[in-house]
Write a protein that binds this ligand. Structure first.
Ligand code: SAM
Length: 381
């Protein structure tokens, strides 16, 4: 619980909440103290306030009391039953419909083209939160604030979140802090470039001009407050170097009055021109699967080549055996005396004649057989 809990003046938001008896409002205690601190500077101004998600409508009654000089207090809720909500205070208006519908956005804008305070207490789905920021942050006035409530939901899967979910609403607002430091990116990119993953993933649209005016992104448990300032409010400014003695390092004195100039980061592989890390994380599982598939293909091709190699080795072994046999035959042939060779040849020729399918008389076959038997190399051996 914020420290403000201990002391609250008689007209604080906390006191108004405690005393409230009208329509029901449902907020966490820490928000009440946080809003008191954050909205106090606007309290007596003719502000315009928009709350996305009003349910029973009680918060609008309380805001009307908290901001006595408010000009417009607008609530938007998708629940059709919110049409039953009526208020005596003419400053309060209720728009029924999806806050992220173009027509509803136009209706809200027609009530007031600008708002000093916008509170998103709608569905708490990451998609809705990111898209609503894209729709409504451009309507925030200079000096105004945009609040997103109940960001604890962004850690939960059922609200399109998770502590490591690249697309969660808390991830979006963490990424939004880069806008505060846009001067230091080191590349001439439009403000929305850092949010390109969220624009693609949630089909959200971001306005470069208003992103360029983000002065502060402040987190508390479950809330973020994004403040809009003048362009010069988020600049680093010039370097102020004062004093006369610099016995450790005189270098700072050379930079007195210098303006900030970020070194070029266009070649930095983790710089502003590189792929957004959220997109990288999202595509990582797919990339791993693609690599595994490519590896499996390569292993299959390698196995096929190995089988071919084994076959070729077998053929080579067979060829070597044939070659050895031929060599042996050659050696044997060379060693034969001519008669033995003639006998061997004769034996083969006569055996062929004995077995010939030609119509040879039986007696002649017998003679061939006898002559072959005489020349049979096995017999002589
Ligand atoms: C937590 S309740 C709001 C409580 C209220 N702000 C209060 O202080 O008592 C959330 C409300 O958001 C509304 N809601 C959900 N999605 C919405 C959307 N896309 N546009 C507008 N309202 C939405 C729901 O109907 C619901 O009434």
């Amino acid at each position: 619980m914020p420290s403000q809990a201990a002391s609250h003046p008689s007209n604080s938001l906390h006191v108004l909440y405690e005393a409230h008896e009208g329509k029901v409002s449902d907020k966490w205690a820490s928000y009440i103290y946080l809003y008191d601190a954050a909205f106090n500077k606007l309290r007596d101004r003719p502000i315009r306030l928009l709350e996305i998600g009003i349910q029973n409508g009680g918060s609008l009654e309380i805001w009307a009391r908290y901001f006595p000089n408010a000009v417009k207090i607008v609530g938007c809720d998708i629940n059709e039953r919110c049409r039953l909500l009526t208020y005596d205070d003419p400053r309060i208006a209720v728009v029924v419909g999806d806050a992220n519908d173009d027509k509803i956005f136009e209706e809200i804008k027609s009530i007031s083209p600008e708002y000093d305070i916008i509170i998103d207490d709608g569905s708490h789905l990451s998609s809705d939160i990111v898209r609503s920021f894209g729709f409504y942050f451009p309507l925030v006035t200079t000096g105004g604030v945009y609040v997103a409530e109940d960001l604890h939901c962004s850690y939960w899967e059922s609200f399109e979140g998770g502590i490591e979910a690249p697309y969660s609403s808390i991830g979006f607002f963490k990424r939004l802090t880069d806008q505060v430091n846009r001067e230091n990116w080191g590349a001439p990119l439009p403000a929305s470039a850092a949010l390109s993953f969220f624009a693609d993933h949630w089909k959200a649209q971001f306005d470069d001009a208003s992103l360029g005016l983000i002065e502060e992104v402040a987190f508390r448990n479950s809330t973020v407050i994004v403040s809009k300032g003048k362009p010069e409010d988020s600049l680093l400014g010039s370097r102020i170097v004062v004093g006369k003695t610099a016995i450790v390092d005189a270098a700072p004195q050379d930079f007195a009055g210098h303006s900030a100039a970020a070194p070029d980061q266009t070649q930095n592989s983790f710089g502003p021109m590189s792929e957004r890390s959220e997109a990288l994380l999202m595509t990582l599982p797919k990339r791993v699967v693609a690599l595994e598939e490519a590896l499996a293909e390569m292993e299959k091709a390698l196995a096929e080549k190995n089988a071919e190699l084994v076959h070729m080795q077998e053929q080579a072994a067979h060829a070597a055996a044939c070659q050895a046999k031929l060599k042996a035959d050659l050696v044997e042939t060379r060693q034969y005396p001519q008669k033995a060779l003639a006998d061997k040849l004769g034996f083969h020729v006569l055996r062929g004649l004995v077995a010939t399918p030609l119509p040879v008389p039986a007696r002649m076959r017998e003679r061939f057989a006898r002559s072959a038997a005489k020349r049979d190399p096995k017999r002589s051996a």
